[in-house]
Design a protein around this ligand. Structure first.
Ligand code: PMP
Ligand code: GLU
Length: 397
């Protein structure tokens, strides 16, 4: 009999890409959709990065790179960690992957055994629980609602730890909530984790540069955690390079070696030309990063103002990333004609099909009471989208 493996059958499809695809299908039929589903910067990759890629092609960077990534790029990552985060990582503690997504998945696959538990600071990105399931582990969701600005506290973390806990995954600035953990909040989580040296902290810092509080705080600053820490970062968000697929991990050398073994069998070193581009991004002038950050902050102010003006939506004030994650459960049970809204996913489909605005229901992020809008789009589109959202939601009685 022809059938898909149990492993793949256990996985949920990516809800972010699923909504992006539905939005694209509707657009292809000629419908004018404002797409706020998938989260990726709408800017072009900076010119100096593109030039470096063109040069790499001309210089014949066309063969396999080392599986770990080019030494020069690992050095650029090591320098970046020192310069921007004050962290000391040697090149042997850095591994380059096909996006931060592969770095995260590497870390999970290299650490988690079947039956191990991985604590997810939730709401969290859709791929975390699925990666844990891929490794045969059990995701343990620790939830923080909008009343906690979607951030878990030390007591919640402590209560979730069991003898089976292998790792904790956190993301700040956060996808999907835009919340940013302060230095004090990270310190209190670190104080719990340091008492459990067998537990790893996988810290996803891919939105590091898109933060509106004046600077990034990494849990890596608590040096007592160093042997338990895996830092994930990359170029996708800061340098508008989602399609180039370059991410990295900074971690103890033995873990990097394990991930090297994984990549050696699974993907080989990632794209040679994209690695040279990423090297230029890290080593080059950082003005474009700051310019994009300023635009995101302006858009954040705009979207929060527009969302607060919509009866029935409750919003936090996101301090980073480019997502708004309103609580929308006041609409559950309401109807527009025959159409009844029973969940955030129903609401997202209703907004897409009737309002022609694409967003993502919160269930896949661990928050079935919320919906996610990506505001990585122009001011005009944000204004038009929220005009439609307001009008469409007002039809629900
Ligand atoms: N972590 C989070 C929280 C993300 O939102 C994303 C973007 N999809 C990633 C990791 C993966 O980034 P990359 O494009 O580098 O794989
Ligand atoms: N980070 C983006 C998002 O969450 C990209 C899509 C994905 O990788 O899931 O929408």
């Amino acid at each position: 009999m022809k059938s898909i493996s149990d492993l793949v059958n256990r996985l949920a499809p990516s809800a972010t890409f699923a909504m992006a695809q539905k939005s694209a299908e509707l657009s292809a039929q000629g419908v004018d959709v404002v797409n706020m589903s998938v989260g990726e910067p709408d800017f072009n990759t900076p010119d100096y990065v593109k030039e470096a890629a063109k040069k790499a092609i001309d210089e014949n960077y066309s063969t396999y790179s080392p599986v770990l990534g080019y030494m020069s790029l690992r050095k650029a990552c090591s320098d970046k960690l020192k310069r921007e985060n004050g962290l000391d990582y040697s090149t042997s503690e850095i591994l380059i992957s096909t996006g931060a997504k592969q770095s995260l998945c590497n870390a999970v696959m290299a650490l988690v055994n079947p039956g191990d538990e991985v604590i997810l600071a939730s709401p969290c990105w859709v791929s975390y629980p699925e990666m844990v399931k891929l490794a045969g582990g059990t995701p343990v969701v620790v939830k923080a609602g909008i009343d906690q600005d979607f951030k878990i506290n030390a007591a919640q973390l402590e209560a979730a730890i069991t003898p089976k806990t292998k790792a904790v995954m956190i993301c700040s600035p956060s996808n999907p909530t835009g919340s940013v953990y302060s230095k004090e909040e990270l310190a209190s989580l670190a104080a719990v984790l340091v008492k459990h040296p067998q537990i790893f902290v996988i810290s996803d810092e891919i939105y590091e540069h898109i933060n509106f509080i004046g600077g990034h705080e990494s849990i890596g600053q608590f040096q007592e955690l160093r042997d338990q820490l895996v830092i994930i970062n990359g170029v996708s968000k800061a340098y508008a390079m989602t399609g180039w697929r370059i991410g990295f991990m900074a971690a103890p050398e033995w873990l990097v070696k394990a991930c090297n073994k994984l990549q050696g069998q699974y993907t080989s070193g990632t794209c040679s030309v994209a690695q040279k581009a990423a090297e230029a991004a890290f080593n080059g002038p950082q003005d474009d990063v700051e310019a994009m950050r300023v635009v995101f902050q302006r858009r954040r102010d705009l979207i929060v103002k527009l969302a607060k003006d919509i009866p029935g939506l409750e919003v936090n004030n996101p301090q980073g990333a480019f997502y708004l994650f309103p609580k929308c459960d006041s609409f559950f049970g309401k109807r527009d004609g025959d159409r009844v809204i029973n969940s955030a996913e129903d609401l997202a489909m209703y907004l897409l099909e009737v309002g022609h605005v694409a967003c993502v229901g919160g269930t896949a992020f661990g928050a079935p009471e919320c919906i996610r809008f990506s505001y990585a789009t122009s001011d005009e589109k944000i204004i038009e989208a929220f005009r439609r959202v307001k009008e469409t939601l007002a039809r629900l009685k």
